[in-house]
Ligand binder design. Structure first.
Ligand SMILES: Cc1cc2nc3c(=O)[nH]c(=O)nc-3n(C[C@H](O)[C@H](O)[C@H](O)COP(=O)(O)OP(=O)(O)OC[C@H]3O[C@@H](n4cnc5c(N)ncnc54)[C@H](O)[C@@H]3O)c2cc1C
Ligand SMILES: NC(=O)c1ccc[n+]([C@@H]2O[C@H](COP(=O)([O-])OP(=O)(O)OC[C@H]3O[C@@H](n4cnc5c(N)ncnc54)[C@H](O)[C@@H]3O)[C@@H](O)[C@H]2O)c1
Length: 465
């Protein structure tokens, strides 16, 4: 084996999490090797957040134009996907070329190794035929891959993942979306708005099943009104592909056909091949288990999707900051996921933070919930077309603080920020009730939901004690 080159830190995986750790440490003067098998920047800029949000921006523009009748006259809407495809190539991905990102890292003094990296014992990493010995430690930030369910026939057909959907130059004529989570719903709505006949097939009883059921129900109604077929509680029993048609068979005998099939049934960390066994860790685990300092083993940190704390770029960046502090020996708080925010960028957006009612009850909390419907607020009523939304709050009755909030609406992701601060800072609900909420904003729905918490108080005999 080649003699090991001494460096300070090796980062395996240069997505948003790894790139932030590696770049910041290199800027701080450490000798840092960043190992990347595909593109520096990872899933988010090339096949995830950024291009998908460009698609959504375009779809939303079409939807707003279609809302002109009844509000402001007439508008002729003729969808054309080519500006979207062009923008994804020219502005988001440089045609899937990461030179700018690679230069950004090496410009900070880092060394990039384009290869698949793996551990070769504590503090040692093999990559591209070289071995590195890291004095301060190794960071694993290898992200996730699409998780493809074991539906008979699926592995043998040319299904799409998010990568194919983002790279498409035209919307398909028809599309089956397997999975009604964040990826499935965001992309289903965009393509439908560009004229694709879309059918969403979700195994659980509602859309976005990890979030409050009220949010999934509201979204299902919106999508159906936009012409999307939504099937929930639908289990796929087989898939076949012939000519240019996919046929998805559902338990119960129904068959669904379309030109394309998008599999959006979650993501999984792939720990095999990372050499985790060489440091005494389980390569068959579902995620890299880390502690509140993001340590998986002595001087071995995990960052981002691979840790299983929530597959979001903001989680990767947050964890990266904690690891940077740890490597540099700077003080700072442990990781704290109480106010973990999520936004599904459908229209309406589904903002969520902290616990759902169900999660709070499962933790044994005595909860009280409050719900406000956006169309009943002044701003929602004024907004009219496209005003679907709600605010749902979950209070820990014993502590008198919010532990969860869901904010669905035209600006649902932005409205969530207020409740997020309240949850993180444990602001008493009593104090939230006596704040001034600007009129007529969408976030006044939070005030209404707080009032509903009061109205929804359990009867005196059960609430005592
Ligand atoms: C369609 C879509 C839309 C999304 N939208 C949003 C959004 O709006 N907001 C949001 O917060 N999140 C969104 N996400 C999630 C977001 O993309 C991820 O949470 C984020 O990219 C995770 O960053 P990461 O650094 O953990 O991993 P990744 O971005 O997955 O990067 C990991 C990197 O490691 C590399 N790698 C893996 N194994 C090795 C190895 N052995 N050696 C070397 N390199 C390796 C990979 O090639 C990859 O570049 C979206 C995801 C998808 C798919
Ligand atoms: N806006 C955002 O922040 C954003 C956008 C896209 C993705 N992401 C991240 O990427 C992750 C992955 O997204 P995703 O949508 O693939 O996963 P997801 O876990 O959010 O949703 C997957 C859905 O597929 C369903 N499903 C699983 N197996 C199925 C089957 N055999 N048949 C039918 N349905 C099935 C699940 O019940 C679930 O509803 C998200 O959880 C999120 O963390 C974030």
């Amino acid at each position: 084996m080649a003699e090991a080159e001494q460096v300070d830190v090796v980062v395996i995986g240069m997505g948003p999490g790894g790139e932030h750790v590696a770049g910041t440490l290199a800027e701080a003067g450490l000798s840092v090797v960043g190992v990347e098998a595909e593109l520096v920047g990872g899933e988010c800029p090339y096949w995830g957040c950024v291009p998908s949000k460009m698609m959504i921006r375009a779809g939303n523009a079409l939807a707003e134009a279609r809302r002109v009748p009844g509000l402001a006259g007439t508008a002729e809407v003729a969808p054309d996907y080519s500006p979207v495809a062009r923008r994804i190539r020219d502005e988001a991905t440089d045609d899937w070329n990461d030179q700018v990102a690679a230069d950004r890292f090496t410009g900070k003094g880092g060394r990039l190794v384009r290869a698949r990296g793996k551990l070769a014992g504590p503090g040692r990493v093999e990559a591209g035929g070289e071995v590195f010995a890291a004095r301060r430690g190794v960071v694993i930030a290898t992200g996730t891959k699409p998780s493809v369910p074991p539906v008979p026939g699926l592995a043998d057909v040319p299904y799409w993942t998010n990568r194919d959907a983002v790279a498409a130059k035209e919307p398909p004529r028809s599309l089956i979306v397997l999975g009604g989570g964040a990826i499935g719903l965001e992309l289903a709505q965009v393509f439908a708005r560009f004229g694709t006949r879309v059918e969403v097939v979700e195994a659980m009883d509602g859309l976005l099943p990890a979030e409050e059921p009220e949010a999934g129900e509201l979204l299902a109604g919106v999508l159906r009104r936009e012409g999307v077929t939504v099937r929930t509680g639908a289990r796929a029993s087989g898939v076949r592909h012939a000519g240019d048609t996919f046929t998805l068979a559902l338990e119960g005998g129904t068959e669904v056909t379309a030109e394309r099939l998008l599999v959006a049934t979650g993501r999984r960390a792939d720990l095999s091949g990372l050499g985790l066994e060489t440091v005494g860790l389980d390569p068959g685990a579902k995620a890299l288990k880390v502690d509140a300092r993001l340590l998986a083993a002595p001087a071995l940190w995990g960052v981002g999707d691979v840790t299983g704390h929530g597959a979001f770029t903001h989680v990767a960046m947050y964890e990266a900051q904690i690891v940077v502090r740890a490597v540099l020996g700077r003080p700072g708080p442990d990781a704290d996921y109480r106010a973990l925010p999520r936004v599904t960028f459908t229209d309406p957006e589904v903002g969520a933070v902290g616990l759902t009612e169900r999660q709070a009850r499962e933790r044994g909390l005595r909860v009280r919930t409050g719900l406000a419907r956006l169309p009943s607020t002044a701003r929602g009523w004024i907004h009219k077309a496209g005003n679907e939304g709600l605010v749902k709050l979950v209070e820990d009755l014993d502590r008198g603080v919010l532990v969860g909030a869901t904010t669905v609406g035209p600006a649902g992701g932005e409205v969530m920020y207020g409740p997020a601060v309240a949850i993180q800072a444990e602001v008493p609900v009593e104090a939230l009730r006596h704040m001034i909420y600007a009129y007529p904003t969408f976030h006044r729905g939070v005030e209404d939901a707080l009032a509903d918490l009061r109205a929804g108080e359990p009867p005196a005999e059960t609430s005592a004690g």
